[in-house]
Design a protein around this ligand. Sequence first.
Ligand code: COS
Length: 388
Amino acid sequence: MDFELTKEQKLLRKMVRSFAENEVAPLAEEIDRTGRFPAETIAKMTELGLMGLNVPKEYGGQGLPDTCKIIVVSELAKACASTAEAFAVQMLVNFIIKKFGSEEQKREFLPRACKGELGVFALSEPSAGSDPSSIRMTAEEDGDSYVLNGQKTFISNLSETEGDFIVVVAVTDPEKRQHGGMTAFLIDRKTPGVSVGTIEDKMGIRAACVSELLLNDCRVPRSCVLGSVGEGFKVAMGGLDSGRVGIAAQSCGIAEAALKEALKNAVTRVQFGKRIADQQGIQFYLADMATRVETAYLMTYKAAALLSEGKRAGKYSSMAKYYASETANYVAQKAVQIYGGYGYVRGTAIERIFRDARVLTLYEGTSEIQKIVIAREIIREAEGGFVE
Ligand code: COS
């Protein structure tokens, strides 16, 4: 067992930390206020090779494992949660194409991802959020094509100007209903019939674009099927096993940023003749916050290490996502408490962090969904004998 990052991972962290502090953090307040997507930051991240971080070298990427994704997402999230979100979604889409894509799809889309084109993952619908088995978008077979119709909602990395290729899950066999009747597709944004509906005006991660995706008689060739026909649910769930570790990492970064803000205030603010950092009540808060941040990182790295080794990681991925996202909310809430009224004022970093943290227990599966995944897994293990 080794709790140290490797020399290469430390170098990656040093590079991304410096980038995040110098290029990402200075924009965070403005893009939160205006809701502007930081396209210029994505362009710089492309130059640094980050957008293809988890893409194999043969397709133009860095070929780095999930553990490295944790480093990048968490460092970005310390500076700006919205930028970290855009990057985490890119890693999710890259992962899905890498794992389930045909050779032809990998050759077309992975080099595009490395060049900074944005990937989009479209699963949720207005009446299918926690329960994706009830999606209604259809993909009807017609000769050598499929024709897709329907609406997806809360889709990240998508707006009028952003989003270049889309992983979308639709019903191909309504008779089978639910899991076995769903298929994933990988389609180009420019395909006729693809459009964007409402662009959401959100409480937090305001600079990350989140929109409705509308598909209207969108005809795509059979070669756009991602994975096998009827396996769409498994493609989505398999992708989320990795995606949830990304959100765990985003949560760790946000929690760490909140703790840093709280400490900054605690060591400078004087009340009752001494720094509030010297008041025991505040110290207890700070100790709890720091302990939870540390635990969240450990859980996230463990899940990422299992994924990197190609091991079954769903349970650990859900545990990390559940714990880290709840931790980010706990730490942000306590940080505002330590700040007092000053932390409630628009434009302060901690007020933004508090709003950004709120989505973490919702997207890529709510905390309740993570608990369902964890419980089912441990019960299955108990029934079949515990697995080491
Ligand atoms: N990887 C691969 N296959 C998986 C899987 C995973 N992580 N999870 C489930 N499956 C498979 C199951 O093995 C099962 O296969 P068989 O039919 O061959 O036995 C099939 O998928 C159905 O699984 P299950 O019965 O567990 O599905 P449920 O409908 O009960 O749903 C949960 C399971 C709740 C875990 C799932 O619906 C879920 O994750 N919901 C949240 C979705 C989400 O995160 N939405 C946010 C979208 S992104 S912002």
